[in-house]
Design a protein around this ligand. Structure first.
Ligand code: SAM
Length: 200
C-alpha cells in the first residue's frame, strides 16, 4: 500500500496542500504549550510542520518514503524541527504513555487494523493526553471530494466511541464540511471528527 501513496505523492506540488487541516487548526487551542505531539499518517507533513511552527515538539509517522522526504523538505523550508519516522504503523514500535497529544487526520484502515491502531494511540497518550481525529464518514461515498471508496474503511461517531472506551470525548461530531486541501480533498465532504482525553 505504501506504493499506492508513493505514486500519489510523486508530483511537484503537495497532494493535500501545504496548509494544515481546518479541524486540527480549530482545535489546536486545547494543546498545552510545548506539548509533545505524535502525528500519525502525516503524509507530506502539512499538519506536523504547522504544529512544529506553533512551538510544539512534533514526531510524525508515515510509511510512504516519498511523503517522508516531502515532509522533511517542508520542515526545512519552514525552518522547524520534525522528528519524522518513515514506518508502517502496524509494525512500528509505539512509545507508551509518551505523548501529550496524538493527531490522526484522514488515516483510514480496514476495521481490524483500525481497532489495533486506535488502541495503540490510546496507550501512547500520557494521562490527560488529547486525541484530535478527523476521518471520512460512510456518507462520504455520496461525494467526490476524496477518501476511500470502501464503506468498511469509513467511520461513524459510534465506531470511534467503541474503539476508545478509555477516552472521554470533549467533542464528537458527524457532518458536512467544506474541504480545500490541495487536489486530494476538494469540495463538500462528510466527516466524523472529535477531540478526546485520556483519563488520569
Ligand atoms: C489520506 S492520507 C492523509 C495524509 C495526512 N494525514 C494529511 O491529512 O495530509 C493517508 C496517509 O496515511 C499513510 N498511511 C496509511 N497507512 C499507513 C500505515 N499503515 N503506516 C503508516 N502510514 C500509513 C499514507 O501513506 C498517507 O500518507
Amino acid at each position: 500500500m505504501s506504493d499506492f501513496w508513493n505514486q500519489k505523492y510523486a508530483r511537484e506540488d503537495y497532494f493535500y496542500g501545504e496548509q494544515p487541516n481546518d479541524f486540527l487548526r480549530s482545535q489546536a487551542f486545547r494543546l498545552p504549550p510545548a506539548a509533545r505531539i505524535l502525528v500519525i499518517g502525516d503524509g507530506e507533513g502539512r499538519n506536523g510542520v504547522w504544529l512544529a511552527q506553533q512551538g510544539f515538539d512534533v514526531s510524525t509517522v508515515d510509511y510512504s518514503a516519498v511523503a517522508c522526504q516531502k515532509a522533511r523538505a517542508l520542515a526545512a523550508r519552514r525552518g522547524v524541527m520534525l522528528d519524522s519516522h518513515c514506518a508502517d504503523l502496524l509494525t512500528w514500535d509505539w512509545p507508551v504513555a509518551a505523548f501529550d497529544a496524538v493527531v490522526s487526520i484522514f488515516l483510514h484502515f480496514e476495521p481490524s487494523d483500525r481497532q489495533q491502531i486506535h488502541q495503540r494511540i490510546a496507550h501512547s497518550l500520557r494521562p490527560q493526553g488529547l486525541l484530535i481525529v478527523e476521518l471520512f464518514h460512510p456518507n462520504q461515498l455520496n461525494y467526490r471530494s476524496g477518501g476511500p471508496k470502501a464503506v468498511e474503511m469509513l467511520v461513524t461517531a459510534d465506531d470511534l466511541r467503541a474503539d476508545w472506551p478509555q477516552l472521554d470525548w470533549l467533542l464528537l461530531v458527524e457532518g458536512e464540511t467544506r474541504l480545500t486541501e490541495g487536489v486530494g480533498h476538494e469540495g463538500t465532504g462528510w466527516v466524523t471528527h472529535g477531540v478526546a482525553r485520556r483519563s488520569a
